[in-house]
Design a protein around this ligand. Sequence first.
Ligand code: MN
Length: 294
Amino acid sequence: MAIKNVVSVMAPPDPHFVGDGFRVHNFIPQGSRTGMYRMDPFIMLDYNSAHYFEPSATPRGVGVHPHRGFETVTIAYKGSVAHHDSSGGGGVIREGDVQWMTAASGVLHKEYHEEQFSKEGGWFQMVQLWVNLPAKDKMSAPKYQSITKDQIPRVPLPDGNGEVAVIAGSYMDSKGAADTFTPVHLYNTFLHKGGRADFSFPVSYNTALLVVEGSIVVNDAETVATDHFVLFGNAGEDFHITASEDAVVLIMSGEPIKENIVAHGPFVMNNQQEILQAFDDYNQGKFGYLEDQV
Ligand code: MN
């Protein structure tokens, strides 16, 4: 099998705030430079690099907003986020946990720093990844997969050099914790200094990684520092990473859906008519109702 080539190693773009609680670098679609298609089915990746939030009596975050047509995947590395939605659901995403929310036909929700975390302040580090849905599933029923740290299978690497936590898809013979609509592999890789992990994905899959902690070398050639993002080409299947120091690396690879994408803010559909419909449905209250307070 051929080596999967590195197309670019991207430094984190200047951060911006989402609401007042998420200080994020946008790597997809901004960093991938060719819009939402380049990393299809991954259409957005916002990365809140490690950031210290001072204590606050009022939790910081994002108020009530809708989503339709895709899934939001929240991966917590540091700190914790509370989530509430218009169906009465809610929960807390803590360090090591993943929330895989299928917005599909539509949800209304709000995302805030968890109350106790807000009061005490602390380090906060998260990824929010948007995974597109194929046209046939965009209007299916919304659902949540609240995946706690201990529910995520961890595959030990040879020689005790670390482990691969399989959030979705599969690694070696271990199946990931999350169900997905299209083939998606999503892993957190934990490596000790000097440790190595090998990966193999089909040529056609769009593949990238994000160094969340530490630093690595990809294919014995590209040095990648903390908070940097690596975009792989669609040539070759195999790559490996070695840790220059203890490292945490988010790996993503997915089969492109290859359908038309029309996105407007929190709605990602296949055509303009469906976007207008989403606004209509939202304005008519079809996404439900949710108090804007925390
Ligand atoms: Mn949201």
